[in-house]
Design a protein around this ligand. Structure first.
Ligand SMILES: [Zn+2]
Length: 132
C-alpha cells in the first residue's frame, strides 16, 4: 500500500492569478475547516472564505499592501499582507526598532497599475516602481 502526502495534508496549496494586480497569488484550501485563503505577495491582496454558523463568510483586504522581511540568522523571507491602513507605518517603525537584526525589509502595494516597492535599509526608505 502506498500513501501519498495528499492523504495526510492539512491543506492544499496552489497558485492563482491575483484579481487585483494579476501576479501569481498563493491559494490555500484548508481541508479540516473548509477555508480558502488567497494571498498575493506582490500587492498584498488577501481573501479568506470560510463558513461561519452555516453561512459563507468572506474577508477581503485590498490595497493595504504587503511586506517581506528577512531576519539575521533566518534562511527565509517572511511574507504577509497588511490588513489595515495603519499597518504600513507600524511595520516601518518595527523594522527601525529592530535595527541590525533585520537583513532585508520591504513593503509593496499596487498603485497606478504598478507594484511600488519600498525597501527599508538602515532606517532609510528607498522606493522603486516595477511596471507590470
Ligand atoms: Zn496582487
Amino acid at each position: 500500500m502506498t500513501t501519498t502526502n495528499e492523504d495526510k495534508d492539512f491543506s492544499h496549496i496552489d497558485y492563482t492569478e491575483c484579481p487585483i494586480c494579476g501576479n501569481e497569488a498563493i491559494s490555500e484550501i484548508v481541508h479540516e475547516t473548509h477555508e480558502e485563503n488567497i494571498q498575493c505577495h506582490s500587492c498584498g491582496y488577501a481573501r479568506r472564505l470560510s463558513i461561519i454558523d452555516g453561512k459563507l463568510d468572506m474577508q477581503e483586504y485590498v490595497n493595504f499592501g504587503c511586506y517581506k522581511v528577512q531576519m539575521k540568522g533566518s534562511p527565509t523571507l517572511e511574507c504577509g499582507s497588511f490588513t489595515s491602513p495603519e499597518a504600513e507605518q507600524a511595520f516601518v517603525e518595527l523594522i527601525n526598532n529592530l535595527g541590525d537584526k533585520v537583513v532585508h525589509a520591504e513593503y509593496s502595494r499596487y498603485i497606478n497599475e504598478m507594484i511600488e516597492t519600498t525597501t527599508v535599509v538602515d532606517g532609510e526608505i528607498h522606493k522603486i516602481q516595477i511596471d507590470e
